[in-house]
Design a binder for this molecule. Sequence first.
Ligand code: SF4
Length: 143
Amino acid sequence: MSWNIWALKKSPWVFHVNTGACNNCDIEIVNCLTPKFDVERFGIKLVGSPRHADALLVTGAVTAQARPRLEEVYRQTPKPCVVFAIGACACDRGIFHNSYHVVGPVDKIIKAIDPDAIIAYVPGCPPKPEAIISGVVKALAVL
Ligand code: SF4
């Protein structure tokens, strides 16, 4: 196992990207960081730059406006990284499925620029903090 995969599994630093979410999924991600759920005890740390991140937590169905920002953030993230699609919108556009301004979902946009990208899905509208933590832990366990 290479050192960067080892670091990703043991202490993933995450960067949060909102690509047009209604903010409920974002609130649940923030909830994971609060003392009640305290994901830092698992080594999961929120960072302020994709250049420092091992994983991306992406919410939202990806609007046309957000697409170039998501692509740029992904390019800036060191590889290998895991992209977590958090919530029904990020997984498959959810309630915004037929919206004129939506170009997602997340996997379609990321795979278009990197076919080897690692994508993990955490469904729910919004997913509970327990589901987000469980999804992150399970996905990292199979790397
Ligand atoms: S999955 Fe639900 S809670 Fe999350 S951004 Fe979409 S509509 Fe909002």
